[in-house]
Write a protein that binds this ligand. Sequence first.
Ligand code: TXA
Ligand code: MG
Length: 321
Amino acid sequence: MKVLPATPTNIKQAAQVLRQGGLVAFPTETVYGLGANAFDPLAVARIFEVKQRPEFDPQIIHIASPEETSLIWSQQSELASRLIEHFWPGPLTLVCLKKENIPDIITAGLPTAAVRMPDHPVALALLKKAGLPVAAPSANLFGHLSPTTAEHVAEQLGPHIDLILDGGKTPIGIESTVLDLTGEPTLLRPGGVPVEEIEKIIGPLKMHPSSQKPLSPGQLPQHYAPRTPLVIIQGQFDFPPELKIGYLAFRSPPSKVRAARVEVLSSSGSLREAAANLFEALHRLDRANLDIILAEPLPEMGLGRAIMDRLRKAAAKPQSR
Ligand code: TXA
Ligand code: MG
């Protein structure tokens, strides 16, 4: 494990690690984040692997300047611009519609992306040097508290990440406030910027039910699930020949099923690669005008658990969009 003091030389090295697809833990003004290049789906999949999350949830993309939102969002409302002007850099995360080229694994398949510009010299120097937007959840194991020192990170994740930049204790110590701006402005998670401060600028906020519990991890209002009915394959099955079948395979196309469209998640059998491809594959199947999607079960270990969690949710309840 490598814990390095956040000197200019080490920040430069950390930026290099990010550009090469590695994982770097770094301090922000709220808590330590576990960062990966936001345009590298495999690196982002590794974040889930290292955190041992049994499910995918969307991640915040960190940027070095307000102008970089144009790399991520397809549109920015006047409201968003006003909030950015008042609170960035700072502990306010804004959710708006995303551009097509933002990998689906970052947003867990949602059409929106959460973005913030952190107010911490080390985070900003790292983002600037890397020259990339950086996806970063809090740098803790699933179910543990968010880390406010490099030691916390090292204890929980040390052996599994490439580099920890030690910038001392994070000044705020609780996560950023998360605000959804895709409709009526809605508080998704209370955090570093008090609601009252936000309401002074843009008027009353809608409260999402999950935001009432203070300091909760911030549950998502909804998850992406395909509209096409999805079934996880178990044992033998038979379908009427007139059904248009889509097939989500782990390693190789099916030999017995006559499918109109097939998506293979990872021909080498890598769960990381499968996770990185999952949401895009589901979106493609969903757009192919199929009657049903058959999904192969994956091994329930490591990222396989999060993949199966998502497939089960999709199988339980096709959502309307
Ligand atoms: O202060 C922070 O926000 C820290 C530092 C590292 O920046 N990060 C952090 O990340 O707390 P994380 O992954 O632990 O929490 C991200 C929150 C979750 O509640 C997630 O559901 C929400 O942001 N979120 C992310 N993208 C979203 C989206 N597209 N729509 C709705 N909620 C989103
Ligand atoms: Mg967290």
